[in-house]
Design a binder for this molecule. Structure first.
Ligand SMILES: Nc1ncnc2c1ncn2[C@@H]1O[C@H](COP(=O)(O)OP(=O)(O)OP(=O)(O)O)[C@@H](O)[C@H]1O
Ligand SMILES: [Mg+2]
Length: 241
């Protein structure tokens, strides 16, 4: 299988704090990979390095075999790297459809208006937002807000989708719907790297799990395997105690 994304020896410091230390991981084509770890483990920082919002102090990021480490976020989006944020950031005055159209038009240069509109319709259907297409984004419920954040990333037409806690705050039934949605997205040909604190979601969704603690990868493998590892249990227990 092809590796669509590779993170090689990435380190990132914030003043004295080592947020990431020599992180190496990869994402296979068609895979759903979970990155988990206690609060402050470096998960969002890792996504920021992958999407280009942060430059690593060391290491590199390969996307579809190409070194994208020097590229800004927009250039990575144009290549097909999509991202949904932990805190949704839609344009509140615009409708749901308009928000998606912005993503579709700016997600790749040279995409025609007609092409973009067709993508928006497909994303509205896929994400279950069609009924809310004309609603201003600022008037959505939390669940719809989370969906829109995911939909905006999808509307850019990504080959790889990065999701940062898109299910936080959802009720179990809503989280299950979101799990089904991410599966449909993968089945549509998008590889997914997601960060999540909800373990039932990780178990249900992830083909493979990478565990971060204090900026380092401490475990990697199928959920059932990493959940049993002593180092993983200690990482979670240690912070909560
Ligand atoms: N811009 C920044 N400046 C300084 N320190 C930062 C910055 N961003 C993150 N940090 C610190 O880096 C560490 C890793 O943060 P990060 O947000 O990546 O963790 P996380 O695993 O996403 O946590 P959470 O589960 O709470 O979202 C934390 O100690 C955090 O306080
Ligand atoms: Mg985070």
């Amino acid at each position: 299988m092809a590796r669509v994304l590779e993170v090689q020896g990435v380190s990132k410091r914030f003043l004295g704090l080592k947020a990431l230390q020599g992180v190496t991981l990869h994402l296979e084509e068609g895979e759903i990979l979970a990155v988990i770890g206690p609060n402050g483990a470096g998960k969002s920082t890792l996504l920021n390095v992958i999407s280009g919002l942060l430059r690593p102090d060391a290491g590199r990021v390969l996307f579809l075999g190409r070194d994208v480490t020097p590229l800004p976020p927009e250039a990575r989006t144009h290549l097909g790297l999509g991202r949904a944020f932990q805190i949704p950031t839609p344009l509140p005055e615009l409708t749901v459809r308009e928000n998606l159209l912005v993503g579709a038009l700016f997600g790749r240069p040279g995409r025609s208006r007609k092409e973009a509109e067709a993508m928006v319709e497909a994303v509205l259907e896929l994400t279950g937002l069609a009924a809310k297409a004309e609603a201003p984004a600022g008037e959505l419920t939390l669940l719809e807000d989370k969906r829109l954040e995911l939909a905006r990333a999808l509307a850019t037409g990504p080959k790889v989708l990065l999701l940062d806690e898109v299910m936080a705050g959802l009720r179990p039934k809503e989280a299950q719907e979101a799990v089904d949605l991410v599966r449909r997205i993968r089945d549509a040909g998008v590889s997914v790297l997601f960060i999540e604190h909800l373990m039932p979601v990780v178990r249900a969704l992830a083909d493979r799990v990478v565990v971060l603690d204090y900026g380092e990868v401490i475990a990697e493998g199928p959920y059932e395997q990493v959940a049993r590892e002593e180092r993983v249990r200690e990482a979670y227990l240690g912070r909560r105690a």
